[in-house]
Design a protein around this ligand. Structure first.
Ligand code: BGC
Length: 914
C-alpha cells in the first residue's frame, strides 16, 4: 500500500510561528512495492474559512520543497495542509498543519514596548521582569511572542514555558533579531508572566580577548501575549512600563565565565520597567530549531586528585552544564569548575580554557535544592566541586545542550576504534552546534568560525538535518558581508570590520550553500545566497594582481598542518603549504560553484562571465604553480590533495600527481600532516585516484598523528590538533588547544561516501550511487541515512569467503549500484535488495603487522623475548633506539634477511592475541 509520512513545512513538523511568506512543503512516500516513483501531487492549504491554495494535480516527481503559491498567508493563523499523491498505480494522502507567526516584526508595535531595568549598565545581576494579569473569560487560544536584547527564560505561573534554552539565539543583532512563538496554557483567574534576562551574546563578553557590549550595553525585553477568547474577543498583554522589575538569585552570568546564584537573598524589587528605544525593524521569526537538553549524564566516577580536588568524571566531553541536587547548610558556598581534561599527573586541567573561568557558584539556602545555570554553558568532561562538606550527599548530572537537530545518519563497522571515532564526530558536532556552528565550546572563543564550517559541513549534513540551522547562519553571513571585507572570519561577526576575508574560511560563502543544495535539493538556498557568493568571489577578484592570481593579504593557510617546522615561519600554527597556492585553489573552487549556481538559476550572463574568469584563473594558476611535467611547485600533501580533489592539473598529469602524493604519505610513514584545508579531502582524493587502500591505512593508522591515535588516547570528541594530547600523555602546551573542534571530523564524509560507498548523483539523493569499497581491516559496514526522500540503507560485509550487500532505496528515488568485485552497474528503483556471493578476499587484519613501528614489538611481552632469543645481537644493539619508531618494513631495506624472523615473531604475537 502506498502511504505518505513525515510531512514537514520548512523541514519542521507542524511548526508554530512560521514567518516564511511562501513556506515549502515536503513529504515522503512509503510502499512495499518496488520501483515506486511519484507521478503527481496535489497540495491544498486551508484556514478556518476554507481553502487558500489548491495546487491542482501537478505531474511531477517533486516531493520536497514545494513552495506555497496561494493567496498571501495571514499572520498568527492556523493552516491545515493536505497532500495527495499518485504513483500511477495507487494514490495516497495525508494531512498536517502549521501556524504562522507575526510575519512582520513590526506587529509588536502599538501592543508591546521594549523595556529595560533601572540598574547601571555594568550591573552583573540578571534583571527579572514580571506582569500579573487576570483571565476571566474562556480562552480559545493564547500565544506568547517574545525576544530580548540578551538572553531570556520565560515562566508562566512559576513554570518554565517550554524545554528550550538560549532564546532568542545568536544572530547579527544589528540587522536580525529572532523572536520566539510559544503556545501558552493560561489559568482562569490570576496569572503571572516572568522573564529573567542574561547578558548572553548581546552584551556579555565575547572574543579571544573577551570584551563586553558587542551589540549594546543593556539587556532589554520585548514580549506580547495574545489571548483569543471563545466569545470572539481578544486581548494583548504586552511589555510596557506597567511591568515590575526585580533582581533574584542570579547575581552574575557570562557565557565564558559561568553563573553565580545566591539563593539565600530574597527577590529585590526595583520598581517599574523603563521604556527602551530599540525599534522593531530587525525582528524576524525564529528560523532554526531551538537549543534543548538532549541528554543527561551521571558521573561515571568521582575521586580526589593528587592536588586534593574533588572531581566528578562524566566519561564524555560535552557541551552543557551541570545540575546539582543538594541539601546544603544555609549560606554554604559551592563552586563548580569545568574542564575537558586532567593533566598528566591526574590533576584538574584548565590550561586550555584561555580566559574562560567556566565556573558556576551557588550559595545554598539550607533546603533541598535543584540548581542549574541559565545563561552560560561549558565544554567539559570533568567537574571539580569546591565547598562540599565531608560526607555531604550531592548528585551532579551533566546536561548536554545543543540545537535540537534531527539525527539523520548513522555509521558502524567491524572496527571498534572507528566506531568510537564516529561517535566522537557526532559528539563534536552536537557540542559545537549551539545555535551557531562554532569552533569549540570551552575556551573564550566559541565563535562561528567560517573555515571550520567549510571543512566540516558535508560530514555534518550526513549526521543531522542541518538545513534550517545553516540557512539561518547563512543569512547572518550574508548580512555581515561588505565589498570591503568580502567575508567576515566569524559569523556573527564580533571581530569588527578590520579583518578581511581569508581563503577557505571565506569560501564557506559558496561551499556551504552548494553543499546544502546538493544534500537537500532546496534550490532556494542557492537563490538566497547567490549575491553573497558573488560578493565573495568579486572580493577575491579585486585582490588579484596582474597575473590574475590572489597573492596578497592575510591568510590562515593550511591551519594547524604539521608539515611546517615549528617557528620556521612567523606563524608556527600554519602548515607548509604556500598560503596563496591554497588561496587560488579555493578561488577556483568558488568560481566553479558560482558558475554552476548561475547556470542552475538561469543567470546566463553571470554564468558566462564567471566560467570565462575561471578559465583564465586556471591558466594563470597552472602557469604559476604547476611545472611542465605535472609537478607542483609546492609539493605538500595539502597542495597535492587540493590539486587532485579540485581538478586543478591537466588530466595527463593526474597520475603523476597521485604518485607524488603517495610518495609523500609513504615518506611520512603513512601519516597525514595536513591541516584544516587538506585534511577533509585527503582520503577522498586518494580513493578517487586509485589509492583507496592507502586511504584505508590512513584511517586505521593508530600512531600519532592519526584519527585513531586520538581515540586510543581516550578522546571522546574530535581534537583541534592532531596531537592535542601528546604521546607521553602531556597536554600539548600550545595556547590554542581544544579537545572539541570538529574540523578533522571531516573524515566522516569519506566513511560514508567511500567506505560505505553512498554518494549522491542528483540533489536531495533523488538519484544516488552505492559503490562499497573494501579496505583491509574492516569486514563489515552498516550505514543509514535519512534523506529528504526517506531512509537509505547500505550494509556490506566480506567475511568467511562471502560478500553480502544489502541496500534500501527509498520510494521516489533511484540507485545506481556497483557491487564489489563485480564489474557491472545496475540501476534500481525503490525497494530492499540483497546480494550474496563467493569471494577469495579476506579483509581480516591481524592486530600486529610488518607496518607497525618496531617499538610495539619491543614493548610486547612475547615480541621482545623472541627477538632476544633468536637475534640477541640485534635486540641488545644500542643503535636500535634510532629506529625504534620506524615501521619494521623500513628496517628491511637495511637488513632484508631478517624478514622471516620478524614474520615469525609477529605471527606469534598475533596468535597470542587470538
Ligand atoms: C579557532 C579555529 C579558527 C581559527 C582561525 C581559532 O582560534 O578555534 O578553529 O578557524 O582560529 O584560524
Amino acid at each position: 500500500m502506498l502511504s505518505l509520512y513525515d510531512l514537514t513545512v520548512e523541514q519542521k513538523t507542524a511548526p508554530l510561528g512560521l514567518d516564511e511568506k511562501c513556506p515549502a512543503f515536503s513529504w515522503k512516500l512509503k510502499s512495499e512495492r518496488q520501483n515506486v516513483l511519484q507521478k503527481s501531487y496535489r497540495i491544498t492549504v486551508s484556514d478556518e474559512n476554507g481553502t487558500v491554495w489548491d495546487s491542482g494535480a501537478v505531474s511531477s516527481e517533486q516531493s520536497s520543497f514545494v513552495c506555497y503559491a496561494g493567496a498571501p498567508l495571514k499572520a498568527r493563523t492556523e493552516y491545515v495542509w493536505t497532500v495527495e499523491v499518485s504513483d500511477g498505480t495507487e494514490a495516497a494522502g495525508a494531512e498536517s498543519r502549521f501556524e504562522t507567526g507575526l510575519l512582520d516584526g513590526r506587529a509588536f508595535e502599538g501592543y508591546a514596548e521594549w523595556i529595560t531595568h533601572p540598574l547601571p549598565a555594568e550591573e552583573a545581576a540578571s534583571p527579572v521582569f514580571t506582569k500579573i494579569f487576570c483571565v476571566e473569560k474562556e480562552v480559545k487560544r493564547a500565544r506568547l511572542y517574545a525576544t530580548a536584547l540578551g538572553l531570556y527564560e520565560a515562566e508562566l505561573n512559576g513554570e518554565k514555558l517550554d524545554d528550550t534554552f538560549f532564546a532568542p539565539g545568536w544572530t547579527n543583532y544589528h540587522k536580525r533579531l529572532q523572536y520566539q512563538s510559544y503556545p501558552v496554557a493560561l489559568t482562569h483567574g490570576v496569572n503571572e508572566l516572568r522573564f529573567t534576562l542574561g547578558k548572553g551574546w548581546y552584551c556579555g563578553k565575547l572574543g579571544f580577548d573577551p570584551q563586553p557590549n558587542n551589540y549594546g550595553d543593556r539587556a532589554a525585553l520585548l514580549a506580547m501575549l495574545c489571548v483569543d477568547y471563545a466569545d470572539g474577543s481578544s486581548d494583548v498583554i504586552g511589555t510596557n512600563e506597567t511591568w515590575q522589575v526585580s533582581t533574584g538569585a542570579i547575581r552574575f552570568s557570562e557565557l565564558y565565565d559561568g553563573e553565580t546564584q545566591d539563593t539565600t537573598i530574597p527577590e529585590k524589587p526595583l520598581g517599574m520597567a523603563i521604556r527602551y528605544e530599540h525599534g522593531f525593524d530587525t525582528l524576524i521569526g525564529q528560523e532554526n530549531e531551538p537549543v534543548r537538553c538532549l541528554m543527561r549524564l551521571d558521573a561515571v566516577k568521582s575521586f580526589v586528585t593528587p592536588r586534593g580536588e574533588q572531581v566528578y568524571d562524566f566519561g564524555q566531553n560535552l557541551t552543557g552544564w551541570v545540575e546539582v541536587r543538594i541539601t546544603g547548610k544555609p549560606g554554604q558556598n559551592l563552586a563548580l569548575h569545568h574542564a575537558e581534561s586532567l593533566d598528566e599527573n591526574g590533576n584538574f586541567y584548565t590550561g586550555n580554557l584561555s580566559f574562560a573561568k567556566a565556573t558556576d557558584s551557588y550559595i545554598l539556602n539550607g533546603e533541598a535544592q535543584t540548581l542549574r545555570p541559565h545563561f552560560t554553558f561549558h565544554g567539559f568532561r570533568y567537574l571539580w566541586v569546591e565547598g562540599l562538606e565531608e560526607g555531604q550527599e550531592a548528585v551532579f548530572t551533566a546536561c548536554h545542550l545543543s540545537t535540537d537537530l534531527r539525527q539523520t545518519g548513522s555509521f558502524a563497522c567491524s572496527n571498534k576504534l572507528v566506531n568510537r571515532l564516529q561517535q566522537n564526530i557526532q559528539w563534536s558536532q552536537r557540542d559545537n552546534y549551539l545555535d551557531v556552528p562554532t569552533d569549540c565550546p570551552q575556551r573564550s572563543e566559541r565563535l562561528g568560525w567560517t573555515g571550520d564550517a567549510t571543512a566540516y559541513s558535508p560530514t555534518a549534513a550526513f549526521n543531522e538535518n542541518i538545513l534550517p540551522f545553516m540557512k539561518k547562519w547563512l543569512l547572518d553571513l550574508r548580512s555581515e558581508q561588505t565589498p570591503a571585507i568580502g567575508m567576515p572570519q566569524v559569523v556573527p561577526n564580533i571581530m569588527g570590520v578590520g579583518q578581511t576575508g581569508a581563503a577557505y574560511w571565506g569560501d564557506v560563502a559558496t561551499v556551504l550553500p552548494w553543499t546544502l543544495y546538493q544534500v537537500y535539493g532546496d534550490r532556494r538556498v542557492l537563490s538566497d545566497q547567490f549575491d553573497s557568493m558573488k560578493l565573495w568571489v568579486d572580493f577575491i577578484t579585486a585582490q588579484c594582481g596582474e597575473n590574475g592570481l590572489w597573492q596578497t593579504g592575510f591568510q590562515y593557510g593550511d591551519w594547524l598542518g604539521l608539515d611546517a617546522e615549528m617557528n620556521a615561519l612567523n606563524e608556527p600554527r600554519k602548515g607548509a603549504t604556500e598560503d596563496y597556492f591554497a588561496a587560488n585553489a579555493c578561488y577556483l573552487w568558488s568560481l566553479q560553484i558560482l558558475s554552476d549556481t548561475a547556470k542552475l538559476l538561469d543567470r546566463t550572463e553571470e554564468e558566462k562571465k564567471y566560467r570565462a574568469l575561471r578559465e583564465r584563473v586556471l591558466a594563470a594558476f597552472r602557469a604559476e604553480y604547476v611545472t611542465a611535467t605535472g609537478r607542483l611547485v609546492c609539493e605538500t600533501q595539502t597542495a597535492m590533495v587540493l590539486a587532485l580533489h579540485l581538478g586543478l592539473v591537466e588530466e595527463k598529469h593526474r597520475a603523476r600527481l597521485a604518485a607524488m602524493l603517495k610518495t609523500n604519505i609513504d615518506a611520512h610513514k603513512t601519516h597525514l600532516v595536513t591541516g584544516f584545508i587538506g585534511t577533509p579531502y585527503a582520503c577522498l582524493a586518494l580513493s578517487d585516484n586509485g589509492m583507496h587502500e592507502l586511504a584505508g591505512k590512513l584511517l586505521l593508522q593508530e600512531q600519532n598523528p592519526s584519527w585513531l591515535y586520538e581515540v586510543k588516547m581516550g578522546a571522546t570528541t574530535i581534537w583541534e590538533r592532531w596531537d592535542s594530547i601528546m604521546p607521553d600523555g602531556r597536554f600539548n602546551p600550545a595556547n590554542m588547544n581544544s579537545l572539541n573542534h570538529y574540523a578533522y571530523g571531516s573524515i566522516g564524509n569519506w566513511l560514508y561516501t567511500k567506505l560505505a560507498g553512498l554518494e549522491l548523483l542528483e540533489p536531495g539523493y533523488k538519484k544516488f550511487s552505492v559503490k562499497p569499497q573494501f579496505i583491509r581491516g574492516i569486514e563489515w559496514v552498516k550505514l543509514r541515512y535519512d534523506s529528504v526522500y526517506g531512509p537509505i540503507r547500505v550494509e556490506w560485509s566480506c567475511q568467511s569467503k562471502t560478500i553480502r550487500v544489502e541496500i534500501e532505496v527509498p520510494a521516489n528515488t533511484t540507485a545506481r549500484v556497483t557491487l564489489p568485485e563485480r564489474d557491472e552497474t545496475v540501476e534500481l528503483g525503490s525497494g530492499v535488495y540483497t546480494w550474496e556471493y563467493a569471494t577469495e578476499t579476506d579483509l581480516h587484519q591481524a592486530k600486529y603487522s610488518m607496518e607497525m613501528p618496531l617499538r610495539i614489538l619491543m614493548e610486547h611481552p612475547i615480541g621482545k623475548p623472541m627477538l632476544q632469543q633468536y637475534a640477541p645481537e640485534m635486540a641488545e644493539n644500542p643503535m636500535i633506539q634510532y629506529v625504534i619508531d620506524e615501521p619494521i618494513t623500513a628496517l628491511l631495506s637495511y637488513a632484508p634477511q631478517i624478514q622471516p624472523l620478524f614474520e615469525a615473531i609477529i605471527g606469534a604475537m598475533n596468535a597470542a592475541e587470538e
